[in-house]
Structure formats: structure tokens, C-alpha cells
Write a protein that binds this ligand. Sequence first.
Ligand code: PAF
Length: 305
Amino acid sequence: MKQIQKAAELQAAVSEAKAKGLQIGLVPTMGALHEGHLSLIERALKENDLVVVSLFVNPIQFNNREDLEKYPRTIEADLELIEGLIAHADCRAKELLAFTPTVDEMYPDGEPTEIVYHFGPVEEVMEGPRRPGHFNGVAVVVRRLFDLSQPTRAYFGEKDYQQIAVIRALLEQMLPTTHYPLPTLVPCPIVRADDGLALSSRNKRLTPAARQMAPAINATLEQAAEMAEYEEVDDVKEWVLDTLASWHEVNECGEGLRFEPEYFEIVDAITLQPIADWTDADEHGAVGCIAVWLDGVRLIDIVKF
Ligand code: PAF
């Protein structure tokens, strides 16, 4: 594994690899790596000759300063985890580059506030209106990573389900004007803890009592998937929101712990538009997407119907 901090150095390594006809896999991350990220990297290592893992906490995708400040930064541990993977994984890739730029290196002309994307309906639901500017910030950084690494394939986890739809829209917009072949988008399944909680860097912020309660999100969604066999869409939605909102446990200080659901939407798996009837999603399938607050931590998860 080689750590690269400079954009020009990454571009040089990529040009050399492309000249040899090598395939490049890109795994964009914000660090604080867990098994979910490692599963993306392992897959990229199996499917490509060279893998670029970016570790960059992208300030322009945080619409909340406190969230940016609290975001875990564990670069040394992250690099060790990646090093372990390339040493042990059964892989096609001969080389792994860990790209760890500074903010100035990524945005040499300052934060690019002049770049404004419009992705239409996929960004107008769920996370979009609740986190203004978030997807624009994601698109700007992902576009920069695509330009620098010109990957054959780009790997993203399905926990951030709407992010994948936004990146699909970004690729569609890039197609007419981009001078290099665009990557294939590779959505990868969520990795869960043994108790079902979707792995997330935010889980580190849960107190022991909240961590014990959090798997109820996935358990509720799994039950919802069973209910979908015989219940209407609106009834399943209402049941999920009511079940979580009425859940009540007591933490280590004797205080009540509750879920505060922000949204639960059942949407078409590709257009992300809410469906009224299961048959509305016959072509692509339906997905349930949820955001829930638990003890000051915002957790998201999905279920496929
Ligand atoms: O999913 C994430 O961790 C981030 O949104 C990404 C794609 C690395 C862009 O900063």
C-alpha cells in the first residue's frame, strides 16, 4: 500500500496504470473505516488491477458544523486496516493507493461554492430537503475523485442509498462532456453487526444503552418486509413509524431512551419517488429508507421489499 497526499501524484500513478491497460477501482470514503468500508475495498481488490481508496472528510457535504467537527478522524488506524487487506485478501489488484489529501489539496481555489448541481426528483426527497447542500457537496467531491483517478469502477455502500441515486444522476450529467470513460457504479450491500445494526462511523457515538437499542431499527424493517406480503404500502409505513416511536428503554443513568423517526419512505428503488401501491415499483422494486434519531445520533438504514 502506498499513501498519496498530492492530487498530481495520484494523477501520475493513474496515468501510468492506464498506459499499461490496467483497470482501476475507486472506493471513496471519509475514513473512520469499519467492516462495511472494508467489504467495498475487498471487492474492489478482487475486480481491479489497481485500487484507489480515498480518505477525506469532505467539509462541503456537512450542512452542520458540529457534525463535521464530531466526525471521527482515525487515519493511522484506517491505514493499518487497509494495509492488512492488501496483505491478506485474495485479490487481483497488485497495488493499493490510499489517497489522503488535505482540504487545500482537494479544493486549491477554496471551497467551490460556484458549482451547483441539479439532480431533480432523486434529490428532492428524504435526505435532500433535510440536509440542504449535502448532495451538492458529495457530487463535487466525487466528481473531483473521478477526475483524478479515472476509475473503471466506483464502489459505494447501499446504506447511503440516496447517495447512490445522486451519483448515478451525476454520471448521466457527466457523460456528454467528459473526456475519459466513466466508471461503472457498483452499489454494495450493507454490512451489519451480528445483532443487525447497519455498520456506520456514527455508531461509535452511541452510548452502551443506545447501542443496545439501535438494532431494533433493522428488526422493525425486517418485520416490515414480511408485512409487505399482505399489507398496503401506507399501512406498512405507519406501522414502522409507530413501532419505533413507541419503543422505550431506560439508559445507564435511569433516563428514558426513545427513537425519534425523522422519516420512513417506501420508494421506487431507482427513481426514489414514494410509491402508493406495491405495483408502482414493479419495474425496479421497492426500498424502504429510514432516518431515526437515537440519543442525539442520527442513524439511517434501508430495507428492500
Ligand atoms: O459516503 C461517504 O462516505 C461520502 O459521502 C463520500 C462518498 C466518501 C463522499 O465524501
